[in-house]
Design a protein around this ligand. Structure first.
Ligand code: BGC
Length: 273
């Protein structure tokens, strides 16, 4: 880990809460932001160990980090998560609303439980954590702000906020909802000086899609969907999040930044249509 050379960044001293940060994109975002100087609250739901380990690594590297439990689909958990972050770091400046999951099935076979589980985490989790962030940002003293905005939210959505995805109707519906949630929230709280944006990852190498990148034939097939010709790495997403969260993006609100190697460009039309 290389913390010392990156200190003095645009996120130095900024307090960031990352939900769902015990694995995948959330873990990478928490690590990267911690390495460039943010104080990080690393939220986990079930996997305590990797979250604690990451917090410890960041502290050893000279950073400031804490691991905090909480299920973003539960109102009381979310309240507690923010309280604990404030207790540890005195404030919250950035929320990275990342928690998300897939429970895939063709529509006729999808259980109501699996529909609800994904909507609860991927969409209601956005509502609960962003609502709490707005409340927190509004309560904080202006003089103590580490950057220009009164607070910044970065939601991690997906290319499936726009690309329909057969066999994943709960996930696509949640992500499509999250896109409109982000735009509506951005419109509502801009006058408070709060910025709200989304990063929409395409195929990023994480445990959620191991079945496609761990299998040669599936990976080759996936490449037909990615004009840039490679699978994304979690760092590709983390760097976009860092930019959107920082003062460098101070005039940016309500946008979705696709980090997808061109997946949104309808690659099947390249030689067709
Ligand atoms: C999903 C991944 C998928 C990617 C591109 C993401 O939102 O979580 O499983 O590989 O979209 O389809």
């Amino acid at each position: 880990m290389n913390t010392s050379s990156t200190r003095g960044s645009k996120l130095d001293g900024v307090v960031v809460l990352v939900t769902g940060a015990s694995s995948g994109i959330g873990q990478s975002v928490a690590r990267y932001l911690g390495e460039i100087g943010a104080s990080v609250a690393i939220n986990y739901h079930a996997q305590r160990e990797p979250a604690e380990k990451l917090a410890e690594e960041l502290r050893i590297g000279g950073g400031s980090a804490i691991a905090l439990p909480g299920d973003v689909s539960q109102e009381d958990d979310v309240t507690k998560l923010f309280e604990n972050t404030v207790e540890a770091f005195g404030r919250v400046d950035v929320l990275v609303a990342n928690s998300g999951m897939q429970k895939d099935a063709p529509v006729a076979e999808m259980s109501l439980d699996d529909w609800k589980a994904v909507i609860d985490v991927d969409l209601t989790g956005q509502f609960l954590s962003c609502r709490q962030a707005v409340r927190q940002f509004r309560n904080q003293a202006k003089a103590a702000r580490p950057f220009r905005s009164a607070g910044s939210i970065v939601s991690i959505t997906s290319v499936h906020d726009r690309i329909p995805w057969a066999g994943h109707i709960n996930y696509a519906a949640a992500k499509g909802g999250a896109r409109m949630f982000v735009e509506t929230l951005a419109q509502e709280v801009a006058a408070d000086g709060i910025r709200v944006n989304a990063v929409a990852p395409g195929a990023i190498r994480t445990p959620i899609n191991r079945d496609v990148w761990d299998d040669e034939a599936a990976l080759e097939n996936l490449m037909k969907l990615i004009p840039y010709g490679r699978i994304g790495e979690t760092d590709d997403v983390s760097k976009a999040v860092a930019w959107l969260a920082s003062d460098d993006a101070d005039y940016v609100t309500g946008v979705t930044l696709y980090v997808d190697g061109g997946m949104m460009l309808y690659p099947s039309f390249r030689d067709n249509g």
